[in-house]
Design a protein around this ligand. Sequence first.
Ligand code: GLN
Length: 227
Amino acid sequence: MKIGVLALQGAVVEHIAMLRSLGVEAVPVRLSEGLVGLDGLVIPGGESTTIAKLLIRFDLLEPLRRTIGQGTPVYGTCAGMILLARDIGIATQPTLGEMDIVVTRNAFGRQLDSFEQDIAIPVLGDALFHAVFIRAPAITCAGPAARELARLDDGTIVAARQGSLLVTAFHPELSGDTRMHEYFVAMCAAARQDDAANAVHSRHADSADVLTATDYRPSTIDHRPED
Ligand code: GLN
């Protein structure tokens, strides 16, 4: 299992350390070549305007969109969430725009208004998750394609999933709780299994004596954890 961490700016080493602690091969990604052969990609928190500028400068926007289009799971935390959103209400700031969420940057105020809160994230089990919010964005609207995974006490949506895309407004790499990363690694493992199943199907489809056309169907089994 090989997961890349987009390493243009922001909390890169923390994600790499947490993924490695789970036994995953975690690698920094700075060039489009680095996207090849990944089972998943983390877009870390940092400064979304800076990361967006660097994505353009290093010609990474289209390769990243292709990677997402191929079904490779991507996890955006904080600035990474901003970069995945379809709408951030700022026409001049480019995003990948792949996820059906509307996001407000700096929704809780400035750096001094950063905070921590124990929140319920039902897909991670019953124990609350200690979430660290640093000049965090908020999801003002999720869906219909995206599904919310967690809210703050005041109802603000702070985590969501859409198929192979996962976002959190907070920084799970700073809390010492590995469950959010484990959840993402499980998404990557399921996507890998789906790929392998589809590859077997298409190999069989090539040899007419093995399967008839009616026998051959793409995998309809969803191996992903319930979302
Ligand atoms: N406020 C930052 C932005 O708008 C995000 C902060 C973070 O990633 N911790 O990009």
